[in-house]
Design a protein around this ligand. Structure first.
Ligand SMILES: NCc1[nH]cc(CCC(=O)O)c1CC(=O)O
Length: 307
């Protein structure tokens, strides 16, 4: 059989770059492919309510619906944008080798604001909370849109800087020379990783795409997303997590944290365990946080974030 694998993607520059990367890898393996780009806010036509199928993610739902309706065979996502529970019938087909996991501050060449009263921009609860935790006197302005839009808004405003995922800017060559690595900031679970999803009964496609899977990244992101899933229970809270395999001593390093919205409260876990313990690492780390006060903070966050 040699069917054409239809690759679903959103139409932002970053999403298209990611889809083309998957396309090239499949082509190199001898598969025929076609890119199908959907408008990010495209129409959703389905004969069942989204919640019945477990479709929740704002970045992923249009593609979930396209796949369930048979319009595309796979979808390529930034893994950190994908809800931890996938819709019914859709499964993780491959996690690609991870790129840069760091958040960076893109600035305007002047560092005075780091000690004084600065204003930076970010639309992410996780970034805002961590910034305010480190710089309690600063202002964090809201900033939304795709990376191109956000970079333009930074130029148009008098903010001192804005926070981006290094991976996104590097992929589309938008990373300017004026930036600093925020190595103290805990990234979003699965930041820097790309996920390919497919229908669970599509053997041909699962076999093709499975060849792109990077085991080390799959395991690290599994741990980070297990941590997230155990903590959040369906609410988008300020949560960071990073897992890293260390080849030298065959161990898995993990750091994860939960913050209050204003950054004043922080519950953190950091540990290194033998690799064989990876399967429950994210779960136990989350339990530890819940026990030392995180459960109460999650309660507060749920009522603050409910609209
Ligand atoms: N939420 C938007 C988003 N989703 C994935 C990336 C970049 C790629 C990645 O982090 O894996 C970005 C941009 C950003 O956070 O600055």
């Amino acid at each position: 059989m040699s069917k054409v694998i239809r690759i679903g993607t959103r139409d932002s520059e970053l999403a298209l770059w990611q889809a083309h990367t998957v396309q090239k890898k499949l082509n190199d393996l001898g598969y025929k492919t076609e890119i199908i780009a959907v408008k990010s806010d495209g129409d959703i036509i389905l004969d069942k309510p989204l919640y019945e199928l477990g479709i929740t993610g704002i970045f992923t739902k249009t593609l979930d619906v396209a796949m369930i309706n048979g319009k595309v065979d796979i979808a390529v996502h930034s893994m950190k944008d994908v809800p931890t529970a996938l819709p019914q019938g859709i499964i993780q087909a491959a996690v690609l080798e991870r790129a840069n996991t760091l958040d960076i501050l893109v600035h305007k060449g002047n560092f005075d604001f780091l000690n004084e009263n600065g204003t930076i921009a970010s639309g992410s609860l996780r970034r805002k909370a961590q910034w305010l935790n480190k710089y309690p006197t600063h202002l964090v302005e809201d900033l939304r849109g795709n990376v191109n839009t956000r970079m333009q808004k930074l130029k148009d405003n008098n903010w001192n800087g804005a926070i981006f995922a290094a991976a996104g800017l590097e992929r589309i060559n938008l990373k300017p020379s004026e930036f600093i690595d925020l190595d103290w900031m805990i990234p979003a679970p699965a930041q820097g990783a790309m996920l390919v999803v497919a229908m669970q009964d599509d053997e041909y496609v699962l076999d093709a795409v499975g060849q792109l899977n990077h085991l080390e990244t799959e395991i690290a992101t599994y741990i980070e997303r297990q941590f997230l899933r155990t903590l959040e229970g369906g609410c988008t809270a300020p949560i960071g997590a990073i897992a890293k395999y260390n080849e030298k001593d065959d161990t898995m390093y993990f750091k994860g944290a939960l913050f209050s919205l204003d950054g004043k409260q922080k519950f953190e876990v950091e540990k290194t365990v033998p690799l064989i313990e990876w399967k429950k690492l994210g779960f136990f780390a989350a339990k530890e946080i819940l026990e030392k006060g995180g459960a109460q903070l999650m309660e507060e966050l749920r009522s603050q974030l409910k609209k």
